[in-house]
Design a protein around this ligand. Sequence first.
Ligand code: NAP
Length: 481
Amino acid sequence: MRTEKLYINGEWKDSATGETFQVLNPADGSLVGKMAAAGKEEVLQAIAGAEQAKEEWANLPAQVRASYMKKWHQLLLENEETIARTMTTEQGKPLAEALGEVRAAASFVEWYAEEAKRVYGETIPASSSRKRIMVLKQPVGVTAAITPWNFPASMVTRKISPAIAAGCPVILKPAEQTPFCAVEIIKLAHKAGIPKGVISLLAGPPEIIGDTLLEDSRVRKITFTGSTDVGKMLMKKSADTVKHISLELGGHAPYIVFDDANLDKAVNELMGAKIRNCGQVCIATNRLYVQESIEKAFVQKLSQEFSNIKMGSGFEEGIQMGPLIDGKAYQKVQEHVEDALSKGAKLITGGEGFHKGDHDQAGYYYKPTILVDVTADMKIMKEETFGPVLPIQRFTTEEEALRLANNSQFGLASYVFTESLSRGIRVSEKLEYGIVGLNDGGPATVQAPFGGFKESGLGREGGHFGIESFLEIKYVSIGIK
Ligand code: NAP
């Protein structure tokens, strides 16, 4: 059993109160280890350390910041197996998926090491020959980053990398279910020689850590990935000190399959878009809309694939789907399925789960499930399920598909399958979503902007877009003789 500490101002330490919290293995509820729990005192220490490191870090030439990050990137790749194993142990996803995520996590560090060098300002022609206009981009300052459990490595580096590349120190608070991945990643940042105070790691009670960070005017930016409810609350609490805020929140992705789609491709891509990470993905397909004339063929193909999925502990050979994160997640999935069945949906496959181990909070599995004859009034068509359940609704026309797909307060990812270029472009342009996968079930990648419309968030992470939200724009008006 492991015991890990907080990382504050370049040192690994316990909290002053000595408090810890337990981390469970979602595959069977066994105890993975104990993590030190930060209190207000540790949060204030981390803020002070970041504030102290701020100027020197920001003043380093971008090439020097990049060189630390490149070393960190290299260390992440050298240690990918260890981090992936930690991830499967505390998060549950199959080991191959965990390894893929660690590589994606490393790619953010590499990308932003390069991007650090391209923070360009501008000069603008003035309206007087005795003036010059110069625009500078400067780091926003101390940043708080709060991350979820579903991608415990890539969400950490997707936030820390652009921040430190821009010159901002970061205080990270990972999710309580998955602090050890963050610990592994930050240990390597320390080994790479990133100076003290530039990155801190605080785990523990979210309200105490969150409120202390939000109330402090030295913290100039908050970047959050998680649920829409918590995101809204953080947004409200940031108002008093007018912090910069980036929010990557929940989704409810529609997946539209037209009758002119390549059905095999639509089914194959859907396996990733629905089954990856046991459906616990913000861009996972939550609602499938299939054109009437192909519904039967499509459902038949899909149910064969779903019934063949191998489910179990992420360490077992050939496993495609692991457990749900905890008992609460299981209850939500079950509630959505029961609600749909009670309102007239028909079960094609799945519809039940099982429990392993003795712990009532973890060890929960749910079979890949397909529901047909669903209607818009069912919970599953309105709320994020975060599990391996696929509700299918048929449609007749393109207009109807668009109306159904856009009927959501969420606007993160959407998917369209059609072999018609014109229809593909038409529908992509009309979908009210930050991300459209056109004949593509896996659009997330380091170089592209990731983020949502509506209540799915504010701002974008990834690509050259991702560094902008860590930069202030300063205009210098110069009078000359
Ligand atoms: P969550 O409950 O909102 O938690 C996310 C993070 O916020 C955790 O670190 C959590 O800490 C922290 N938190 C909770 N209450 C807080 C408070 N009062 N003050 C400060 N921090 C607080 O979400 P989750 O269940 O971990 O993650 C799943 C959600 O994330 C889904 O809705 C999913 O769609 C979304 N997500 C979005 C994206 C995207 O890019 N848009 C990517 C991945 C996931 P504790 O763990 O300690 O409670």
